[in-house]
Design a protein around this ligand. Structure first.
Ligand code: JFZ
Length: 343
């Protein structure tokens, strides 16, 4: 409805600065597993770069215990840096969920000694601080599910699932029906989400995407959905947030049914990885680089969604906090002009 579009527009248009968080089992490995994998840039891709079979990765997951996680401390730190919204990986490509799920016990509450629901704790802490809260969900890739699309040249499906029968035929719709869609429904039903951030739409088509957008709309009409639900990423400044995803076919083309409000967001990171990484190639950007990127993005009318990768023990990465602080300090001086947006 026009009302919900207006409500979504309001906070997102004025937000400018978001914290992206990549946190999961991979955070404990820091980019390397038994001497393998650290050549690859993203530490959250360790299961692929080190070719870790599902059964072995499960053992790493079963030891995941971020005992020092403190949601209020995270939220307050973000708030103090001028951050206005937070987006955390509720399930990355490794298939492990940071929320209690009845769909799959491969989640932090049922599978680990930690047993706490990070998504619940962080959503509540963010809202207490007046921050908007959203989750990242890998709706297509799920390396733990043989049926999910497996698209990369670093490993084969059978490196992760060595016991698959020779005649195994992956069925993405079976995966969507059994895990991906019901988990998205759990997220929108059980958590106060302002935004859902889908990623890497491998083998997505309009029919599949409609199942996701409809389940989000049904439970949470005001929840923003990012364009990566169907469009691949384009690098830095890219995402259009589409409150509605209604298309019609004209000839062989699908076109939007009406003019869509378009928002720009730049998914970026304080470092060369998204997940916390200390092994192999990894570097942080300078304060100047972070401020330059931030200013370019917001002056282009967009939001800077800047990632930090918390450490396996549950604490924020101090270097990431320092770089957020540099942007926060810049905002203390210049924020007035940045936030004086069209109304
Ligand atoms: C994807 C993920 O594979 C990655 O682990 C991380 O979550 C990131 C935010 O999203 O990686 C991408 C996807 C698209 C681009 C870059 C990284 N892109 O278009 O440049």
């Amino acid at each position: 409805t026009p009302d919900s579009v207006a409500r979504q527009e309001q906070w997102f248009r004025d937000a400018k600065f978001g914290a992206f968080i990549h946190f999961g089992v991979y955070s404990t490995l820091e980019g390397e597993y038994q001497g393998r994998g650290s050549g690859f840039r993203y530490s959250e891709w360790i299961q692929i770069s080190a070719k870790i079979p599902a059964e072995e990765y499960h053992q790493v997951a079963a030891r995941f215990n971020p005992a020092e996680f403190d949601a209020d401390q995270w939220a307050k730190t973000f708030k103090d840096c001028g951050i206005r919204y937070v987006v955390i990986t509720s399930k990355h490509h490794d298939g492990f969920a940071l929320f209690k799920s009845l769909v799959s016990d491969y989640n932090i509450v049922d599978y680990t000694p930690f047993k706490r629901d990070i998504i619940k704790e962080l959503s509540e802490a963010c809202h207490r601080q007046g921050l908007k809260f959203g989750v990242y969900y890998s709706h297509a890739q799920d390396w733990d599910e043989p049926d999910a699309p497996f698209l990369n040249n670093r490993a084969k499906r059978t490196d992760i699932h060595p016991d698959l029968p020779d005649d195994f035929r992956p069925d993405i719709d079976r995966y969507i029906t059994r895990k991906s869609l019901p988990q998205v429904e759990e997220l929108v039903k059980n958590y106060e989400l302002d935004l859902i951030w889908f990623d890497t739409p491998v083998e997505m088509n309009l029919e599949r995407v409609k199942r996701f957008s409809e389940v989000v709309r049904k439970h949470r009409p005001d929840c923003l959905i990012n364009s990566r639900i169907i469009h691949s990423g384009r690098g830095t400044i890219e995402a259009q947030y589409l409150p509605y995803y209604d298309y019609v076919s004209i000839g062989d083309k699908e076109v939007p049914t009406r003019k869509l409000p378009l928002y720009v967001e730049s998914p970026d990171s304080v470092s060369s990885s998204f997940g916390y990484k200390t092994k192999g190639e990894c570097y942080y950007h300078s304060e100047k680089e972070m401020i330059d990127r931030f200013v370019h993005t917001v002056c282009a009318g967009g939001n800077a969604l800047i990632n930090n990768g918390p450490m396996g023990n549950g604490r924020l990465d101090p270097e990431a906090v320092r770089l957020y602080g540099a942007i926060g300090d810049w905002l203390k001086v210049n924020g007035e002009s940045i936030y004086a947006t069209r109304r």
